[in-house]
Design a protein around this ligand. Structure first.
Ligand code: SIN
Length: 326
């Protein structure tokens, strides 16, 4: 019997010696970012709402900064019942579905409003259940923001990235995106990025303002190009066995609390994309390069063939639906 049953189902139904009350359900929420990020704040809000509303019935324990699992292991951990909730970046699901790769296509979304619109569309909502046959259920999306490229040298046009090593998340689309500009992509866990940059084992990386700020990448990367070339958002994920095994009233309360926590996380995401960008500029540690529309057009043209390359895996219709949200 899977550990999941010991962690949840048993604790949910096992009565105490008096036979009057059920044991508390423990939900471990594992993530890799700092607590002062959109995801960190969302997870803590969810924990607090559950403590307020389901005291004695459900307890959420949050493990930030990859304390428990990195993103490369957390989905397995969910399936094994070692944790019950996580919110990996949408770029980290390729082992379970190819469809979510749509979010990685470079320059697909013009802004975060388009990302939001696509996620709320029938096609976007359908993706939440795209891994159910593999035992995973998406409970909702959470925003972080648009990605920027940081490097050891100024990147203005694609040729500037030629030959440089970039850390990427575990996504083949992101690998193709950097290969398209002659760069060398390396798939590495988030928890290793700072050290890789600091020791100059890699030359650059792509990330959002809040991740670049909270993990201090700006202190070891002299240049950040404001490319806004892709979205970094999250899927809140759980195991189908765990979720479907919860009493319906508890599941409904958890869903409500999650939605409220996501609303807070999304608000923090908008605020942080502005404030953390400014804090990086004010620090003087890294130069933020604003690119001209002509320079951006060059990156877009160089990376656009990646869409065709992944069309068969993702589906032409899905790409078209996402593009239509702009
Ligand atoms: C995250 O925001 O959860 C991590 C993103 C990354 O791996 O770069």
């Amino acid at each position: 019997m899977k550990k999941l049953l010991s962690a949840v189902a048993l604790s949910a139904v096992m009565l105490t010696s008096t036979g009057l009350s059920a044991k508390e359900i423990i939900i471990k929420f594992s993530h890799v970012v700092a607590e002062n990020t959109p995801k960190g704040q969302m997870a803590n809000k969810f924990r607090d709402l559950v403590a307020e509303r389901l005291a004695g019935k459900v307890k959420v324990e949050v493990f930030p900064n990859a304390q428990l699992f990195g993103d490369n292991k957390v989905l397995e951990a969910i399936l094994l019942g070692d944790v019950q909730l996580a919110a990996p970046s949408l770029s980290k699901f390729k082992k379970y579905t190819k469809k979510l790769q749509v979010f990685d296509l470079p320059f697909l979304f013009n802004n975060m409003d388009a990302v939001e619109k696509f996620q709320n569309s029938p096609a976007g909502k359908g993706l939440l259940r795209s891994m159910e046959s593999k035992g995973l259920i998406g409970l909702g999306y959470l925003h972080n923001g648009l990605k920027q490229m940081s490097a050891s040298k100024p990147l203005r046009v694609p040729a500037d990235a030629n030959g440089l090593k970039f850390r990427i998340m575990s996504s083949d689309v992101l690998a193709a995106q950097f290969q398209a500009v002659g760069a060398l992509p390396l798939k590495k866990p988030f928890s290793e990025v700072f050290t890789l940059l600091q020791t100059k084992a890699i030359d650059g990386q792509e990330n959002t303002w809040s991740n670049i700020y909270s993990k201090k990448f700006f202190e070891v990367q002299p240049y950040i190009s404001e490319t806004n070339h892709g979205a970094l958002d999250y899927l809140i994920i759980t195991s189908a066995e765990f979720w479907n095994g919860l009493p319906a009233d508890i599941r409904a309360e958890l869903e409500k609390a999650l939605n409220e926590a996501v609303a807070l996380g999304n608000k923090v995401a908008i605020e942080k994309s502005v404030k953390d960008r400014q804090k990086i500029i004010d620090s003087g540690r890294s130069t933020v390069l604003t690119l001209t529309p002509e320079e951006i057009a060059k990156w877009r043209a160089a990376m656009k063939p990646v869409w065709t390359k992944f069309e068969d895996q993702i589906g032409k219709d899905l790409i078209a639906a996402a593009a239509a949200s702009n």
